[in-house]
Design a protein around this ligand. Structure first.
Ligand SMILES: [Zn+2]
Length: 421
């Protein structure tokens, strides 16, 4: 409500006691709150105390000044007017107070003291004016500068606030990013843990598989060696089998040979048996014949079959010949060997070497013992016997032939040494 200029005027007036009670209270209230006016008030008081000579003791100085100034309106009015003439402007309240009726005036004031008060007032006013000039001049440019500074600071503040807002926004974004990254890091750690688990399991599986592989390799090696052993055994068995087969073949061949040999031996045995039987019979016959013919001049001649080459074969018959007397010719198996047919005759012929064309018939064989296939011929013409030295047999038609026509079967030379026992 009150401007500072008014209160500084009041302060100047108060320094010399030219204010009323309410004014003093208003001034006190204001300078309690306003440092500038309080400073001015202190300055004025200092001036009054330093410049004014001591009129009396301090106890009554103010009251006496107040009494001096307040007792006569004329002093106040003249002070104001003179100050105005000096260029000092006063507020309208000061004028109003000039018309206000004052309290009852005090008593006696010496003129010299009043003059001193007036002089001190002038000094105070001059100082106040100087002070006002000094203050007001730099205040305005300073205010402008301050306003500019304030504006600049406000702009800067706005910019800083905007920066702060941006930084807050950026920080919020970064916080969100950090949160995201942390959650990703957590997920990554979990993945790492899971992957480690899987890796451990995979390593365990690998170890197990390697063990299996080693076992399988060992088994394969064992199986391989077994297989080689089996192959060796199989080869040995095959060799043995081949050997056995070869031996068996040899045995079979040998058996066949043995069987053939056995058959041959059996046949030989049978033939020998037959021969032995015949020998026995012929021996018996020979005894008879020897008994009949006497032992002298008896030739017992083995008769041989004659094959196609003219060579003699095994014994086939026997001739009992007594010189110049008789001839008995036994022959065996005439029909069973080469001449199985029955519609022919076996005829014996005698001759003397080397004229076989002059052969003379000795007769036809007859079957002496058909079960043993034994044939016999008996001839006892001494003249004919005297003219021959050899005999043989041919196959002729039934009834015989006047000359030999068939193949020669048996041949015997008669004129050897007598060989009877
Ligand atoms: Zn003030």
């Amino acid at each position: 409500m009150w401007n500072h200029e008014y209160f500084q005027e009041l302060a100047a007036l108060a320094a010399v006691g030219q204010v009323s009670g309410p004014e003093v209270k208003a001034l006190d209230d204001h300078i309690e709150k306003c440092a500038s006016c309080r400073s001015a008030h202190t300055d004025f008081a200092g001036i009054v105390q330093a410049e004014l000579p001591v009129l009396a003791d301090r106890r009554d100085r103010v009251s006496r000044l107040r009494a001096l100034l307040g007792a006569d309106r004329g002093y106040r009015r003249r002070f104001i007017e003179r100050a105005r003439a000096g260029g000092i402007r006063f507020s309208p309240e000061v004028d109003r107070k000039l018309t206000r009726p004052t309290a009852s005036l005090a008593a006696f004031v010496p003129v010299r003291a009043a003059l001193l008060v007036l002089a001190s007032l002038l000094i105070v006013i001059s100082a106040w004016m100087y002070r006002s000039k000094v203050r007001t001049r730099p205040v305005m440019p300073a205010e402008v500068a301050l306003q500019r500074e304030v504006a600049r600071l406000a702009a800067s503040n706005t910019e800083l606030q905007s920066r702060v807002a941006k930084m807050a926004e950026s920080e919020a974004l970064k916080t969100a990013e950090i949160r995201q990254l942390e959650s990703e890091r957590t997920a990554g750690r979990e993945q790492v843990v899971a992957l480690r688990d899987r890796l451990e399991r995979a390593e365990e599986e690998q170890l197990a598989l390697e063990a299996q592989l080693r076992s399988a390799k060992a088994q394969a090696a064992e199986s391989d060696s077994r297989s080689q052993e089996s192959g060796r055994l199989a080869a040995e068995l095959k060799n043995e089998l081949d050997s056995v087969r070869a031996r068996q073949s040899a045995s079979e061949a040998s058996l066949a040979t043995q069987q053939a040999h056995t058959r041959e031996l059996s046949e030989k045995l049978a033939a020998q048996t037959v021969l032995i039987d015949r020998e026995r019979e012929l021996l018996a016959s020979g005894r008879e014949i020897r008994d009949l013919m006497g032992a002298r001049n008896l030739h017992i001649i083995d008769v041989f079959d004659v094959d196609g080459t003219g060579k003699s074969a095994k014994a086939f018959g026997r001739v009992f010949y007594t010189e110049g007397k008789s001839l008995i010719f036994y022959a065996f198996d005439l029909t069973s060997r080469r001449h199985p047919r029955a519609d022919h005759a076996f005829q014996a012929w005698g001759y003397r070497d080397p004229a076989p064309q002059s052969a003379r018939s000795l007769g036809i064989f007859y079957a002496d013992d058909k079960t043993q296939n034994r044939w016999v011929l008996k001839f006892d013409d001494p003249q004919v016997l005297a003219e021959i030295d050899s005999v043989y047999v041919t196959v002729e038609p039934p009834g015989g032939s006047p000359k030999p026509t068939g193949q020669k079967l048996l041949y015997a030379y008669l004129n050897g040494q007598p060989n009877h026992p």
